[in-house]
Design a protein around this ligand. Structure first.
Ligand code: FES
Ligand SMILES: [Fe+2]
Length: 386
């Protein structure tokens, strides 16, 4: 972000604190519990939101060399990411064109040829069917060139590989980011590497997990044993950038900033800066690294998360430091996830029929409104392309 915005954001939080108030939306809002528990609703979200927008599938460094590959589940689909001989990133359905076996079983590796475990049809890292035993005799009249892997739209941008499951034409990540690109550029994510990385499964709806990151109301309570003491009570602001959000959570150290050193103030030293990229990627900007969280919703009440610590390549040698930071982030997030799973059970009980968002939880309403906008009309990305 530019310097003017950085200082404005600090001034805004300091003014809210000085005024002994909060960052308040106009009204109390509500969200139906069915949005978190219904199978039908989940299927609609998958079809009209997750499959229609570019999703972060990996950091570019995870697919660094020609021949590297990764297996992912994206919006309920088995996906194979490859780096071909020309250095291009590709996304394919990880499905053999013969009779549908999943082609690659390993999570990651490095090879340019992929052989199906069933009848050994063999594909290149660019998705071409290279060989199939006894093809000429058995598949008379068929052309191998018609049996390449099914390609998904894929684009590399801001250090990430983005994949869109449906729709023709380019992924248009820039357009999708709705003005957030300059801020992501400034983070220099393409100069980072994956310092630590793990997968966690949480028995909670994906929206509960997103919502837990965009309000500071719970910080002093739920995180009292960990990061709570370092933050102001219930002090955060948010802005929408198209369908995405930037929220700023104030650390207690911000209130102690000396006005004489204003030229040296750095927002990320005195706040947690969080980018929520629709629908489920969160980039948590820390002082010297980024914690990124990418969710793959598996069902209305189950979400698989990839928690990734991204650090500058130039500081790759600080192994212990990054490992320590990864543990701190995970410990804090686990406090959230335990509560998210508790909520999921609570919501499924039928005790309440809607969530109530207070005026300082306005970010939750704003985010849910964006989700809702995808489910109501025709898919926006498909419209833009078609
Ligand atoms: S299903 Fe893959 S080779 Fe037959
Ligand atoms: Fe939290």
């Amino acid at each position: 972000m530019d310097r003017t915005t950085e200082l404005q954001l600090i001034d805004e939080l300091l003014a809210i604190k000085a005024g002994r108030t909060f960052y308040l939306d106009e009204e109390v809002t509500r969200n139906p519990v069915s949005h978190y528990v219904s199978e039908e609703r989940f299927n609609l979200e998958r079809e009209k939101l997750f499959r229609q927008v570019p999703l972060i599938a990996a950091h570019s460094s995870e697919l660094a060399e020609p021949g590297s590959f990764l297996r992912r589940d994206i919006a309920g689909l088995p996906v194979l990411l490859t780096r071909d001989r020309q250095g291009g990133a590709n996304a394919f359905l990880n499905v053999c064109r013969h009779r549908g076996t999943q082609l690659v079983e390993a999570d990651s590796g490095c090879q340019h040829k992929f052989t199906c475990p069933y009848h050994a049809w063999t594909y290149s890292s660019a998705g071409k069917l290279l060989a199939a035993p006894h093809f000429k005799e058995g598949f008379t009249g068929e052309e191998k060139s018609d049996y390449g892997l099914k390609r998904l739209t894929c684009e590399e941008r801001h250090g990430f590989i983005w994949v869109r499951a449906e729709g023709e034409g380019p992924a248009d990540v820039e357009g999708f980011l709705g003005g957030l690109s300059p801020e992501l550029d400034a983070l220099q994510i393409d100069d980072m590497f994956v310092a630590s990385n793990e997968t966690i499964e949480v028995e909670a709806n994906w929206k509960l997990i997103v919502e837990g990151g965009i309000e500071a109301y719970h910080f002093k309570v739920a995180h009292r044993e960990t990061i709570g003491p370092h933050f102001e009570d219930n002090l955060s602001t948010y802005r929408m950038f198209g369908d995405h959000m930037r929220s700023i959570l104030m650390r207690s150290s911000m209130a102690r900033l000396d006005p004489d050193t204003r030229d040296e103030w750095r927002l990320r030293d005195h706040a947690q800066v969080l980018y929520n990229l629709l629908p489920t990627s969160s980039l948590l900007v820390q002082q010297d690294h980024i914690a990124s969280i990418h969710s793959e919703p598996l069902g209305p009440s189950t979400t698989r998360l990839r928690l990734v610590t991204l650090a500058p390549k130039a500081d790759a040698h600080k192994t212990d430091h990054w490992a320590q930071n990864h543990t701190i982030t995970k410990t804090t997030l686990m406090e959230d996830f335990v509560l998210n799973a508790s909520m999921q059970k609570g919501l499924a009980s039928g005790a309440i029929d809607h969530m109530t968002f207070g005026r300082f939880e306005g970010a939750l309403d704003a985010y849910n409104n964006v989700v809702e906008s995808y489910l109501e009309g025709p898919p926006p990305m498909a419209e833009a392309v078609g």
